[in-house]
Each structure stands twice: as C-alpha cells, then as structure tokens.
Design a protein. Structure first.
Length: 262
C-alpha cells in the first residue's frame, strides 16, 4: 500500500481584500507533499464553475488529483494581524457522502480528512474512510459552524465521529472550544496534536504529552500551515516515526514552506 491520501474541499479565499485564490486542505497539503516527495493522492471537489480558477493551482503542485463536482464551493474572507486571524464565511458546500469515489482510496494506508465545518464529513463517510486504514481528521470539522457570516466555533465532539479517528489535529483555539479546558485526553482519541502557531505544537499520545517548538520564520503569511503540518505529520507517522518525531518533521516542513513564501 502507498503512503497517504488527502480528502477535502477546495476553497475560494479572499485574503486581506485581495483577489480570490485557491485554498483548503487539499492545496496546502499538496505543498507539503511536494516537499516530502511521498506517493500520494488528493481527492477534492468544488463547484464546476470554480474549477478553472481553483483546480490548476492544485494540480501544479505535482500530486495526482481526482476532482469531483460539488453543488457549491466554500468561500472565505481572511484577514491576518500577525498570527491572529479574522475569518468570514461567504458560502458553505454540501456534505461528503459515501459513493464510488471511495474506491480511489483502496491502495492507501492512511488518509487525512481536511474537514472544514461541522457535518461536512458525516459518521458514515468517516467510517468508510477509516476502514482498513489510519484516519487523520482536522478538528475544524468538530467546531466550525456550517453557516455564513463571521466564523463561529461550537463544540461538536460526536462520539460517532471520533471513534473512527486515529489522529486528531486541533489548533489551540479549537481544542479550547471543543473541551472547555484544553483536556484533549477526554476526547478518547489515541493521538491528538494541538498546534499553537508560532509557539509550536503539543503531542498527546500513548499517555504522554510532549511540546515541540516551532522553527521561527518571520515575514511569511501563515495561511494553510495547519493543513501542511497535518499531512506532514501523517506521512511521518505512516513512515514509522514516533509521534513527537513526526511533529518535529512536520514543523520542519512548515518552516521550509514559510521560507519559500517570503
């Protein structure tokens, strides 16, 4: 079996009032996969009308891509103040449901699900994705409300979702929203990685907690670094690295990507 696959929606992002551009876990994961040079597949979707604007930038990253049509495309407006982000949701796409596209993933030992909102990947879909492989989930799919307007976070730790998850990646803000006190062990997921932006990450696995410092990179836009980190971590774990070592490798990949953006 080959290393990893990534499943998630492309997004149309307006950053700091600029022109719409491609975003979403598939795109930023592809930038990390390009650095890692691992055999991979990206399964993604967006509305047909947005395909000419979004898909070529993803394909250009070099990872094989399977595109699926969607009724709608996720659309966001983002503004950064240092590492702080303000986000507005302008459009929400429909959920991913089980279908023939799942057959594309049969050769893969692990899959990262770049969920964007609560309910985007229902339990039945995650169960099918997790069957016979390691499943990594972005915690956005547990806390981001699937509605337009200013981004809102609500805890949605559905046990039927979490029981399929082997690795859960959360931002610090998402961890607090999900647990109330940051106690991610209460979620019952064997491996949880909490990212802290420029302050690194914390790995909760096997009953231990280990902090991994970030590699400082000044003057680079931080958008998508969580997606890049998540897939680099999963690739590293699938290759046999232990959790803290995988986080260190993912941190190095993110730093390399940020250097390239300056």
């Amino acid at each position: 079996m080959r290393a990893v696959a990534v499943v998630g929606s492309l997004t149309s992002d307006v950053v700091a009032g600029g022109e719409p551009r491609v975003g979403g876990a598939p795109y930023y994961a592809a930038t990390a996969l390009r650095v890692l040079g691992r055999p991979s597949l990206i399964v993604t979707r967006c509305a047909e009308a947005d395909r000419p604007a979004l898909l070529p930038r993803l394909v250009a990253q070099g990872t094989p891509v399977e595109w699926l049509p969607a009724e709608r495309t996720y659309r966001y407006r983002l503004d950064y103040r240092g590492s702080e982000r303000e986000m507005t949701v302008d459009e929400v796409a429909e959920p991913w449901t089980p279908g023939p596209w799942l057959d594309l993933l049969r050769p893969y030992a692990a899959v990262h699900v770049g969920a964007l909102a609560i309910g985007e990947f229902p339990p039945a879909t995650l169960a099918a994705l997790a069957r016979g492989r390691r499943l990594s989930l972005d915690g956005q799919g547990l806390v981001r409300v699937a509605s337009t307007g200013p981004l809102r976070l609500e805890a949605h730790a559905d046990p039927e979702v979490l029981r399929h998850v082997a690795i859960l990646k959360l931002s610090e803000e998402e961890a607090d929203a999900l647990t109330g006190d940051g106690d991610v062990a209460s979620l019952g997921v064997a491996e949880v990685v909490v990212t802290h932006g420029p302050n690194g990450s914390t790995v909760h696995a096997g009953g231990t907690v280990e902090h991994v410092p970030a590699v400082p990179v000044e003057g680079a836009e931080p958008i998508g670094t969580g997606d890049a980190f998540a897939v680099a971590y999963l690739v590293s774990r699938t290759a046999g690295l232990r959790p803290a070592a995988a986080a260190r490798r993912a941190t190095a990949v993110v730093a390399e990507l940020l250097v390239r953006r300056r």
